[in-house]
Design a protein around this ligand. Structure first.
Ligand code: COA
Length: 161
């Protein structure tokens, strides 16, 4: 794992034969596990707290990952609320014998920092500085609002908690 900044982490590893589904490509559930793990590491690093997954929004499977490819999962905090950390994750893959890399997945994932009893605790504020960070912050806020509206629709229109 390489740490670039205080607000980000990167996992790098080879996709293994045990990661594969019946179609011979890396299992979607395995990719989601990697996304969750990298995001947890990012959230714990930022908050210095045990953190739990609240929601994963807009997970997109753009390209398949093949066994033997070098996988990189980058997770960066792009927006913080009171206890929530909104993380932008990008998964990339490449043949280690070649230079070209493809983006295979991306999403936003939200973690909440907790105390020893599992209650939410305040997190340090993330301040977007560059134009790209400001843009990511806006899109993350939009994703959060959309996900919360979906939560309300499930509850109010479908009667599901
Ligand atoms: C995570 C959990 C504690 C949140 O409880 P809750 O009462 O729904 O919490 P809240 O509605 O107060 O939301 C907590 C934070 O998440 C944010 N949030 C809530 N729903 C969200 C969504 N769909 N998308 C993004 N953020 C969301 C809220 O805005 C709030 O952020 P803030 O503190 O910065 O204002 C609870 O749902 C839970 O225990 N879930 C199971 C967690 C789990 O098992 N994860 C997998 C293993 S780690």
């Amino acid at each position: 794992m390489n740490d670039h900044n205080n607000n980000s982490v990167e996992f790098c590893f080879l996709a293994e034969p045990t990661d594969v589904n019946f179609g011979g490509k890396v299992h979607g559930g395995m990719v989601m596990k990697w996304i969750d793990q990298a995001s947890y590491a990012c959230a714990a690093k930022w908050s210095k707290r045990y953190s739990v997954t609240v929601s994963a929004n807009g997970i997109r499977f753009i390209r398949p990952i093949l066994v033997g490819q070098m996988v990189s999962v980058t997770a960066q905090i792009v927006y913080t609320g009171r206890s929530s950390m909104h993380i932008y994750v990008v998964v990339r893959a490449r043949d280690p014998k070649e230079d070209s890399t493809v983006i295979t997945n991306r999403c936003f994932i939200t973690f909440m920092a907790t105390d020893e009893s599992g209650y939410p605790v305040k997190v340090k504020k993330f301040a977007a500085e560059s134009e790209e960070e400001k843009m990511l912050e806006q899109v993350a806020m939009h994703a959060k609002d959309f996900a919360k509206q979906l939560d309300r629709d499930f509850e109010e229109k479908l009667g599901w908690k």
